[in-house]
Write a protein that binds this ligand. Sequence first.
Ligand code: UGA
Length: 437
Amino acid sequence: MRVAMIGTGYVGLVSGACFSEFGHTVMCVDKDQSKIDALKRGEIPIFEPGLDEVVATSVKSGRLSFSTDLGPAVKNADAVFIAVGTPSRRGDGHADLTYVFQAAEEIARSLDGYTVVVTKSTVPVGTGQRVQDTIRAARPDADFDVASNPEFLREGSAIEDFRRPDRIVVGTESERARQILRELYRPLYLNETPILFTSRESSELIKYAANAFLATKITFINEMADLCEKVGANVQDVARGIGLDGRIGSKFLHAGPGYGGSCFPKDTLALLRTGEEVGAPTKIVTAVQQVNEERKVRMAEKIDAAFGGVKGKTIAVLGLTFKPNTDDMRDSPSLVIVPWLQEHGAKVRAFDPEGMKEARKHLKFDECEDTESTLKDADGVVILTEWNEFRALDMARTKQLLKTPLMVDLRNIYRPDEMAKAGFTYVSVGRRTVTPV
Ligand code: UGA
């Protein structure tokens, strides 16, 4: 199959590279000349484990190429994927579909022979229909269908998620379109990945419902964590105790500083806006969104309390990205927490294994080169992201480096009893605070 992938962000680049790994011929198109030039030189614009290898192998095999020229890519394609960004629109939180419709208009101009146009970007219900209308208006003669095929990959494990998804969802009423998408995903039949065919509207909503449900799960356990702190319970035990119930499931029950990233915050907001618009308000999602926003400030206050007031203190921050194994800073809790600490008189020094370049664009702080230099002479350390290299700190050394043996661990990566033994005052999420024994 020949594929044109419009947009080389996370979803576009990973999907394009993985489709070519499946044996299809893929051309990835982006308007950004410098990005395409870099990709042609073999440089990957984002940090995503394993992506560089898949891209290099696919390029070498001749099945993956990059271009700024959408026309020829679309003309030759059996399937054209729209994988452009759908950020939150400023002011109202609706998904901004400008890039989607721009792409649809450009695609329309170059369609040649039967083609399936597939929206892979996360788009509100009804967008597929509007894309179809846009293309039809521009090219009444064109032979095409518009299908929805949302992507469920996570940053940091995107390649694995694409190769071994829990399911593939395809929304279309057209049998021809189904055939092409079935063919595209054929390699996944080997590992018996379920492929779910639905209407376009259901498929579009499945994506939002999945993200909103996961965001709800996280927010629920975060509230349980607050409750645990008040009543002397341990949120990890509670999560395990409920997660072993197959109806609940153990995943996405890690309490922390609130969810961030390029998807949950924007998608919950867009979903609740859709609900308001169509007169079916999603009260649960609305609450989730609010609780999560407030949580980031609560976490800064928690740090303030742990330090006995951050004014005049030097705070070592480990981790700035919204999760490990990415350099993505979008909606990261650190974007609220770090400025809050600074506004309240703290000096913040920080280190992130991959996120420094991105962090610099959004935050001002004392940049450190590694964990040791971050810890040195600080009044305490705060763990904001659970990177592997922060999971196995030498506590004796950490204690030596810090002025005060104080750790606020917002990702619960250490055990309170061990931290007390190591001589720390240790504050975590939804577990008891311990002091040195
Ligand atoms: C999320 C979904 O998990 C993907 O299925 C989806 O495809 C993607 O959004 C998207 O719509 O593109 P992602 O944002 O990359 O993926 O990362 P997650 O691993 O889901 O984490 C999101 C946030 O939730 C992070 O801030 C993470 O720290 C937080 N989280 C996650 C928790 O606080 N606790 C958990 O138990 C799990």
